[in-house]
Write a protein that binds this ligand. Structure first.
Ligand SMILES: *Cc1c(COP(=O)(O)O)cnc(C)c1O
Length: 369
């Protein structure tokens, strides 16, 4: 048995739509599926605008530019996140200001944000790590107090809710990814949502070469970050299954948590009250002394037994490209979880048999230590 860390499911609707898009000849960045995908996504989130783009990183770049972020500005970002969150800030010339994570959820610690705010701070970028929503009340209060904008990175959190509201509707603007391992995929893809007409208009221009009202006359710098009609066709089909996919993720997490409960040295994911965690990935932390072996050794032993896993994101302190930006600053929680965390196979194709197999291997490995 070999169990990959992720395997996507592509629904029959998505396949049929894709064939239809190809057969229609509308294979590039115009076509009915693009507007349908944007409309359907906006409807689910109850927002005025959804702008499809080529990937989640591009979504963040465009969203930051639409907010007017530029060199000299500072953006508060989590120290524990996927690189795209802070890379997009670097693209604009602004400086990412890293804030350490909470140990409970691995999300940005809202109580550590305020002391990082300066006269140059323009926005906060909460990232809903592994599908667990951030403490949006505290973050929104800070944004209000200091007149900061919020850009949510909801790339891992399709369908997650905070106090009954979908993660992604709190920010001035929010971004999602449809990469192959995300809860909804279009192969590669991304989308930006906002209620602001002005921001939406800017995003549409920035993601497509900044044409002016007169097409092929350009009144600003834009990029080619367009999604194709083929990808949108897949998206339209997949979006119909959002609830089903989220429920599958919840089922996977519940089974893992039942089978891995009470193993000394393993921290299983927790969910704060008032939120719906969608468990994009089932992420565990290993306390090496109590568990009997390190994360890296557990990873190797699992691989030998046919179980693929992934390390957590690395800390900014371990990113050569950030050396001059973080100035030797340390992020104790992020560093701790980065070196001791891994996630287990969590793809939508997981079965009870596979989950049991993974858990049995972990228990067997633990027994031999
Ligand atoms: C996946 C991801 C992104 C980037 O999305 P891509 O579509 O891969 O460019 C951004 N932020 C987070 C938190 C992600 O997990």
């Amino acid at each position: 048995m070999f169990i990959p860390v992720n395997e996507p499911i592509i629904s029959q609707e998505a396949k049929d739509n894709l064939a239809e898009a190809i057969n229609s000849g509308w294979i590039s960045s115009a076509g009915k599926y693009l507007s349908e995908f944007e409309t359907n996504f906006a409807k689910i989130y109850g927002v005025k605008h959804a702008i499809a783009v080529s990937n989640g990183t591009a979504a963040l770049h465009v969203a930051l530019l639409s907010l007017g972020i530029k060199a000299g500005d500072e953006i508060i970002v989590p120290a524990f996140t996927m690189a795209a969150s802070w890379m997009a800030v670097l693209y604009t010339g602004a400086k990412p200001i890293f804030v350490d994570c909470e140990l409970e959820t691995y999300n940005i610690d809202p109580d550590k944000i305020e002391k990082k705010i300066t006269a140059h701070t323009k926005a906060i970028m909460p990232v809903h790590i592994y599908g667990h929503p951030c403490e949006m009340n505290k973050i929104m209060n800070l944004a209000q107090k200091y007149k900061l904008m919020i850009i949510e990175d909801a790339a891992e959190a399709h369908g997650a809710t905070y106090q009954g509201k979908l993660a992604g509707i709190f920010g001035d603007i929010s971004c999602f990814s449809f990469y192959g391992n995300k809860i909804i995929t279009t192969g590669e893809g991304g989308i930006i949502i906002t209620n602001s007409d002005t921001l939406a208009e800017k995003c549409r221009k920035i993601k497509d070469l900044h044409h002016s009202a007169k097409r092929f006359v350009h009144d600003g710098i834009g990029y080619n970050y367009r999604l194709t009609n083929m990808q949108a066709a897949i998206g339209v089909g997949e979006l119909k299954h959002l609830d089903e996919y989220v429920n599958k993720k919840l089922w996977i997490a519940k089974l893992y948590s039942e089978l891995l409960v009470n193993i000394p040295g393993l921290k299983l994911p927790t969910t704060k009250t008032g939120v719906k965690n969608v468990f994009w990935m089932y992420a565990i932390l290993i306390y090496p002394k109590k568990f009997g072996l390190s994360r890296d050794n557990l990873k190797i032993e699992l691989k030998n037994r046919g179980v693929d896993t992934r390390d957590f994101f690395y800390s900014p302190s371990d990113q050569p490209v950030l050396k001059d930006i973080i100035n030797a600053e340390r992020f104790p929680n992020t560093e701790l979880v980065a070196s001791n965390g891994l996630y287990l196979p969590s793809g939508l194709t997981m079965t009870e048999e596979k989950i049991k197999f993974v858990c049995q291997q972990i228990k067997k490995i633990k027994l031999t230590k």
